[in-house]
Structure formats: structure tokens, C-alpha cells
Design a protein around this ligand. Sequence first.
Ligand code: GLN
Ligand code: ZN
Length: 817
Amino acid sequence: MTSSTNRPLTDPITATVAGVPRIGPRRELKKALETYWKDPSTGRALATTATRLVNQLSDGLTAAGLDSVPSIGRSFYDSMLDTSALLGALPARVADVPDHENDGLPVYIDRLFAAARGTKDLPASAMTKWFDTNYHYIVPELAADTEFRLDDAALLADIADQATRGTAVRPVLIGPLTYLALARTTDGSDALDHLEDVVEAYVRLLPRLADRLGAGASADAPAADADTDADTADSTPGVWVQFDEPFLVTDVSTDDARREDLLSRTRAGYERLAAAAEAAGLSLLVQTYFGDGDLAVKTLSGTGVAAFGVDLVTGRTDERYTEQTDVADRDLLPSWTGEELLLAGVVDGRNIWRTDLGRALDTLRALDARGPVGVSTSSSLLHVPYSLAQETSLDDDPELRSWLAFGEEKVAEVAVLSRLLRGEATDADREAVEESARAVESRRRSPRTNKDAVRERTDHITDADRSRSPFAARHAAQQERLNLPPLPTTTIGSFPQTTQIRQARAKLRKGDITQEQYDQAMRDEIADVIRRQEELGLDVLVHGEPERNDMVQYFSEQLEGYHSTDLAWVQSYGSRCVRPPILFGDVERPEPMTVSWFREAQKLTDKPVKGMLTGPVTMLAWSFVRDDQPLGATADQVALTLRDEISDLADAGAAIIQVDEPAIRELLPLRRSQQPAYLRWAVGAFRLATGGAADDTQIHTHMCYSEFNELIGTVGDLDADVTSIEAARSGMQVLGALRDSGFELGVGPGVWDIHSPRVPEQSEVDALVASALDSVPPEQLWINPDCGLKTRGWEETTASIRVLVQAARTAREKVGS
Ligand code: GLN
Ligand code: ZN
């Protein structure tokens, strides 16, 4: 390895990962959390479970050959929330929740859970998606007068614990820019006004961390001395602290002046942090992920930051961004001068494909010629399952297994690459490279990734396949066929998934009931749901989706080219985990997926029942998707299966078919410049799925969020006859923007916020409908809830729908005739 640094790099990291999961290989933390929430006397068990998981993991990473192990200590819910606790910035309303004593849990743990989950008296904090992933963080709630007071006892104890076990532990903190950029304020102030305050809080923390890490400087020295007291920095080499700044892969701000201001203040902040670190005998690593790390390097090099960790996967193999993304190795990270250590994230931290080690090694060598390089993952391993070795669903599919690498396998890949790069490779390492090449080749050549019948169809897709007649013609044909009243009422698809339904599914899985018995239970459920909807007086009915465990998994289990896992859990938020299916090959639909359930429902009523499908983008967003072809090509394959399903549903008599796309916003690239290319294929796939529908088949879609600003045009481009969206909480704001964009299709803004069990007052819903009518002509307006009702109970569901139907009736009288 060449070393062209001016600053002595004491003990550079050669092999690491950007971050670690915490839920446990068998979801042990989930179970301990849920037990504690039910029974607070089990705090001790929760504490020891969390400690054991942290130690097992870091021992495992050390044994696997990593020479630096990232740690956020014990994290019980979410690391943004941990950061709020660490900075003494949990929401003010939880301040009165008492300290937790004597169980080995952080004293603030009950305040932390109160913020995350709410209590019977206190609302929960908002939760939202972490960048473009399906992980959710708890949004910090700040105000102009927020003061940051370190509450670091828990973190320091955890770090000290790990350090004394002989782990080369590297504390990971969320950087000041990212923490604040993702925060909200309760008073309309600018959270980023606190940038310097958060920097100062971390400046106080660094020497205290150094002390626990055994890194030279004394932590008991007052914080103010830390950066002046440089000669106490007789540093133990190689003691690192990591700041995560993924916000630096975004546009930071679309306003140039603000962007420059934030970047220069961030730079000043890191100068200050690096000086404090150096005084304490620590080296700073700044880590970015989910996009190009060059802006971070450009902004922060020369500040004294000793290393950058960057994502070298996103944007290279992920062809969501542009049509041609193959960045040459020599063009990577133009701002990196070789001054700082580069932790090259060549192993994908958020997808599950086995790394092409030969190719990764080429990249590493190209970078190594420019400066010091260590090997890492492109992001935290939080986003992938723990271990392929424990996954039994692949026992009879060695071919697919050979294409994959989960968390543990990725760690092994990092270690192999690092030895190869340093010229310390063993025979086994060289064999691993060969094996990886064979896996890549087998994946490339497998008939499962290249099905002639599928290729034949995708090769012949035309623009006409992606378009329907003009809306006016469709609208007339649909009105004639459906004869719906003005302001038609409907729901989004699912009805309460009762314990009974879930138990039936569990019994089927265990073999306690037959498939026939299960199907009968679902038919009974459908009959019940239809009867209830008729009684409530809804205009367009649904079958209620009782047979669906999950809106993506249900379809993936019926499609070829998808694999469903059994133990491959990934944390989604708090104790909630998901098992994203693996979309590994060309996708085909062996037989209709929803038609029999639709028939079952439609035969029970004269009112139209909506056919209910999950759209192509969402089918990708909530899966692990093949990275060997552009995402748009995969989306088209899924779209064709949906197109066939729509045709079969139409043949079975469905006059309305809904194609849900709740995830279309989530995959939106983080940089504006990359969004149009994404939207082109995303919209194209939706239109391919729906473009075969006859004029008198009404296509609905549904999206679950209200932050539509970037997507207003997209809603129109999808060309669905009716779009339902979340709008209740934001008071119909989105409708004004839709109107201004010249939207002429049908729209159903949610008039009941289903995310809480509260039954809305009649006057509230009336007011929402009235306000919707201010922006949308009555012919365009539908009345429906915000989202599906599967998480709700029947009691509030029935009561709320009654209010909703009444609101439609009242409004009809006003607009009628
Ligand atoms: N049709 C789905 C349901 O009602 C839509 C879910 C969603 O928007 N996430 O459950
Ligand atoms: Zn929804």
C-alpha cells in the first residue's frame, strides 16, 4: 500500500464494515423488547439480551478478521433516537417519564420508548424512512431553544464494556449535519441553526469516549481543555471514532446559497471536531452511504478528518440513477487526493448479492495507487439479514444460495479483499476469488435469469403498450358501465387483519389445518367483509385482502423469479422486522394470483368490487432486487405479469382494478438530477402494467404519503383513472398543488387518518370534504380513508366508515344537481 499522507496515519483500518445490525440473528432483541413493553419487570432480561447481542456481534467481527469494529453501543430502537437521547434532546413532553433504575438499562430508556411509541397520554414522535431505504428512524423534535446536554453515561458504559473485551471498537455517532437535517422543529425554526451547538456537544463527548477507549487523553479533564491540551495526546494508535454524514450524498439544499453556507459551516464543525479528537488521541472517520461520497471528501478533506468511508456500490451497479452508470474505477472520487485514509465500500451493504471479488479488487487496486485504502461495506449491514448460513429456505436451492451473501458472508468478503489488497492472501482467499467468479458466471448464464419467453416479450414492448385512450373517452365508458353516484365512496383495500385471520395462516403453515380449511376461512372472511361494506353503504367494495400476509410477499410467493426467505429478517423500525423476498431472476406468472378471491367477493354483491394488485415499483422497493440488469428492465418484467393479471381480472368481470404504488416516492433518487431517469422507468412500468385495460375498466392507484411536491407531475403521468393519497393529516394541502398542475383525473384524498385508532368527528370529515371540494371539481373527487385498514380494529373501522359515508352523502346534496 502506498502512503502519501502528510499526517501520520498511526494505525489505519484495513478491514471493517460501515455499521452493524442490532436486532439479533434470531430477532432476539425484538422478542426482549416486546416482552419488556408488555411487562416492565423484565428490564434486566432486555438489558442482558442487548449486551449479549452487541458482544457476540463484535467478537464475531473481530474473529472474522476486521481490525476495527463499529459500535453504537446497545441500541434499543433506532440510532437517530439514540442520538437525541445522547444529546439530551428527547422531546420535552417525555421529560416527566421517570428515570429507569437498577436494571442495567439506560436511565432514559422509558423516555426513549415514550418518544418512539407514545404512551396512553403522550403521542409518539413522527417516524419516517431513512433516506431511500425501508428502514424508519424516529424524527428528532427540536425548537429554537433546545439545549444539548450530553447524557452519555449509557453510551460510555457500553463502549468501555466492548473495549475491555479486546475489541478494536470504533464508536459511531450520527454527524451534526445529518442529525439536524433530518430533524423537525416544533416552532418553525431552522434545526440547522443548531449545527454549532451539536458540534460543541460532540466536542465535549470526544475526550470522554477517548477515556473509555483507553486512548491517551484524560476524559476527566474539563471539556474546554481538551483541544488546548494537545501534549496529553500521547495517543494509543488506531483509536477511531466515526461520524455518519449520509446527508452529504444528497443535494444538501436546492438553494445554492444555503448549500454553500451549510457546507462551509459543516467544514468548520469538522475542523473543530478533528482538533478535539486529536487532542484526545482519537482519529476521525467520516462515513457516507447511499450515494456518491465525493461531496463529503471535497467538503471535509484538509479539516483534520483522518479517514473517509464511502459507498462505491450505489450508482455503479444500481442502475436506478441513469441509463448508463458504469463509472470507471479511475473516475471514482475525484476529490480524494490520497491524503486521508479511504475506506472503500466495495461490498454492498444493502443488497444480498455475492460480491464479484475480482472486480472489487480491481477497484481497490486502482484506488490504492492513489493513497491509503482499507476495505469496507457500502453502508451499514443493518439493511441485510444476518447470515446466509442459517437460511433454511435455500437448502434445496444451492444454485441460488451460491449467488448470495448476507451479513456474515459480506464480512468474510471484506476480510478476504483486505488480505488480497495487502498481499497477505492465503490459498483459501484465492480460492474465494475463483469461487466468486464462478458464482457470477453461473448467475449470468443461468436459465433462471434469462428466460427466453420473458425476453421475447420485453424485447417487443412498444410505446403503445404503455398508453391507454384519452381520459375523456375512458371516463365516459367507465361512467356508463359503473353508474356511480357523485363523490363515490371506497376504501384502500385491506380490512382489519384479525387475530383469527393471522391464526389461520399460522395454523396452515404448521400443518394444523388443510389448505382447504384455510381457503374456507378466507372465504368466510370475505363474505363478512362484503356484508359489512354493504351495510355501511360504501359504493365501491373490496374483498379485504385477508389472504395476504404482506402486499409484496403475497405476490412474490406466486411469481417465478422470486424467492421467499424464512429467517432473513431485517429491521424495519423498532422491534418491527420484515423479510424482503429476493427477486433473483426473470419474472413469470405461472397462473392467476388474485382472480379466485375476486370472484368470491364479486359474486356476493351487485356493487363493483375492486381487483387489488401491488404495482411494479413497490414490488421492487420492498424486495432485494437483482443487480445484474437495470431496475427498469426488472420492473417491466413484473409489470407484464400484472398486465396479464389485470386482463384475467377483467375477464372475470372486474370493472375497477387498483394497482397500489405506495413505494414510488421511496425509491426516488436522493439527488434531483437523477430523479427524471428513475421516474421515466417507474412511470413506464406502471403504465405497462395498466396499459392493456379496456376503456371501461377503471384503473385506480394508491400512494401513502402526503409529501408530493416532487411527484405532482408523476401522479398525472401514471394516468390512473383514480388516485387515492394520504391527505387527512396535512389538511388536503396536496390538492392545491394538484389543481395547480392541471390534474384532470380522479382523486381520492384520504379524509380519515387511519394511522391512529381515533374515530374522526363528523364535522372534521365534513370539513375535509368541503376543503377538498375547494380544490377539486366534484366529478373528480372520491371519498376514502388515507390507507389500508389492516392494522385497525373493527370497532373504529366501522364507526369511521360510517362517518365517511355520511360525509359523502351530505356533500352530494350540496354539489348535487
Ligand atoms: N391495498 C393495500 C391495503 O389496503 C395498500 C397498502 C398500502 O398502501 N401500503 O392494505
Ligand atoms: Zn397507503
